[in-house]
Design a protein around this ligand. Structure first.
Ligand code: ISL
Length: 528
């Protein structure tokens, strides 16, 4: 163990989308007792923290990202006491629990919003963003909603518009109002007091909007047919400098507890991303780095980004990497099954905390959702939905993959579940799951991989190679991002033995001066 580091630095985060992990109530939707029943699996896999997407009371217009009570569990998922059980049982197994905080917006059914919309002089009116129409009756500015259409909703009753960055059922809170901050920090304390180890904070960069609500400029790169939200550059509706004051205040809440973590959801360019660490590491502990989701799958691109990221990190800031989440097509769909093994080796050998999306350890891929089963709001409004990457976890070959006893799960299962599931892959010494478990266990037993330095060796053609070193020991990681055989010349210091191959079959082989990689193969060489 790299003792001088904190749990969230040396750990591996596993994201659970609770609707899709394990159903125990038989209604086709996953729940907290389901997560509880699968903790042994997660412990076996070796992950050290779970992040559970929102399971708070919600009308589920955005499947939990529209919260109507932050201090209670939605009955669909269980009860507060089920959450206490998950926290206690996870802790017994050495697994930390990170919940999902959704501070930018509430549900329109949250009592705060119901009050706020009840009259113009309600004490909670200013808790949301209300504005008059322009003289011609049009909305206050041109801001768009992420899920389609304009970002302003007219309220007949009080004759004003309110702003929503996502669905109209997700009104944005006014974080310039100190009462909102206090109320929301109270929510954090409620859960931190209950033993939660941290929060992933939804759209952290959205919290503060331009005070004058200026129009967003056109995006010259936008082309007809692309996501209409990107037609404008969100320069005034998100990522305002003043958001960092809020982040700093939020951090102070966490700092009044022992080693809890704030992970920010931050879809912003690198130079802006690193600002979320705060000026003196007094911001988010880990602003999510999403580049592995977004970059073209090419060695130069990835190698170059790693260097830029390492170079841009402020002093003392801890890096992190994300390969998949509930908003983007799965890695096996993006890069294919063979390269998904390379991607796993990359994620689990880079410097910085890895976040793994449930099911990616099996190589689950997106599926085409039949039109009558599509449920995600942006799929319905924009035609680009997220259902494909949210299909139920594949546990075994029994009906509905052991996910639910209901006739039909809330989203269809991937058709390959009888062959690709945890039960089958656990027994298969060459499976994606075995590869993940081996990578995780290697990382967790080696200081050099968990916390060592990073040095680029090559990032050219199909080869991405780097070393990780700590206290004289170390590893070289050589990845073939292509489908043809490659021979990589190594420096004199880079000889050693293969600790792991993505093909899981060359362990212990000696390597000196050069290494031959098969198509789609990556190797970790123990140096020395
Ligand atoms: O605008 C984006 C990228 O530039 C989007 O990716 C956007 O930031 C992202 O969809 C935000 O996601 C989060 O908030 C949403 C919720 O639907 C997502 O599931 C959640 O991860 C609203 O709460």
């Amino acid at each position: 163990m790299a003792k001088e580091h904190l749990w969230w630095q040396t750990g591996i985060v596993y994201q659970i989308y609770p609707r899709s992990f394990q159903d125990t109530s038989g209604n086709g939707v996953g729940d907290l007792p389901g997560i509880l029943s699968r903790l042994d699996y997660l412990q076996w896999l070796g992950v050290t923290a779970i992040w559970i997407s929102p399971c708070f009371r919600s009308p589920m217009k955005d499947f939990g990202y529209d919260v109507s009570d932050y201090r209670d569990i939605d009955p669909l998922f269980g009860t507060l006491s089920d959450m206490d059980d998950v926290i206690a049982a996870a802790h017994e197994r050495g697994i930390r629990v990170i919940l999902d905080f959704v501070p930018n917006h509430t549900s329109d059914q949250h009592p705060w919003f119901i009050e706020s919309r009840s009259s113009r002089d309600n004490p909670k009116r200013d808790w949301y963003i209300w504005r008059d129409a322009k003289a011609d009756g049009s909305p206050p500015n041109n801001w768009l909603a992420n899920f389609g259409g304009i970002g302003w909703q007219w309220d007949e009753h009080t004759n004003q518009f309110y702003y929503h960055a996502f669905l109209r059922e997700q009104p944005d809170l006014n974080w310039r109002n100190p009462e909102v901050r206090e109320a929301m920090f109270g929510v954090l304390r409620f859960w931190l007091d209950r033993g939660v180890d941290g929060f992933r904070v939804d759209v952290l960069y959205h919290l503060i909007k331009d005070e004058q609500l200026r129009d967003n400029p056109e995006n010259p790169k936008w082309e007809e047919g692309e996501n209409p939200y990107r037609r404008l550059k969100a320069v005034y509706s998100s990522d305002q400098d003043e958001v960092h004051d809020v982040v700093r205040e939020m951090r102070r809440v966490f700092d009044s507890y022992d080693d809890r973590v704030i992970i920010g959801e931050t879809y912003v360019p690198l130079r802006r991303l690193v600002k979320y660490y705060g000026e003196n590491n007094d911001g988010a502990h880990m602003p999510f780095n999403f580049q592995l989701l977004l970059l073209e799958w090419r060695a130069e691109r990835i190698g170059e980004f790693i260097d830029r990221y390492e170079g841009a990190l402020p002093e003392g800031a801890w890096p992190n990497w994300v390969l998949g989440n509930h908003d983007y097509p799965r890695v096996a769909w993006r890069v294919g099954a063979a390269q998904a093994r390379i991607a796993a080796m990359l994620l689990l050998t880079l410097r910085g905390t890895p976040t793994l999306y449930y099911g990616d350890e099996l190589g689950m891929a997106d599926i085409e959702i039949p039109p009558d089963r599509v449920v995600d709001p942006p799929a319905l409004t924009l035609g680009v939905g997220r259902d494909g990457e949210r299909t139920p976890m594949q546990w075994d070959a029994s009906p509905n993959a052991g996910f639910t006893s209901a006739e039909e799960p809330w989203l269809p299962l991937a058709p390959d579940y009888a062959a690709q599931n945890t039960a089958v892959q656990r027994e298969d010494t060459l499976s994606m799951l075995t590869l993940h478990r081996r990578l995780i266990h290697l990382r967790q037993s080696e200081d050099a991989l968990m916390a060592g330095t990073y040095h680029r060796m090559y990032a050219e053609g199909d080869i991405l190679a780097y070393s990780r070193r700590h206290n004289g020991g170390g590893f070289a990681v050589i990845l073939n991002l292509g489908g043809s055989e490659q021979v990589v010349e190594l420096g004199p210091a880079d000889s050693g033995r293969i600790a792991l191959s993505t093909h899981l079959d060359r362990e212990g082989d000696e390597v000196s001066s050069r290494v031959k990689l098969r198509p789609d193969e990556g190797v970790i060489i123990r140096l020395g």
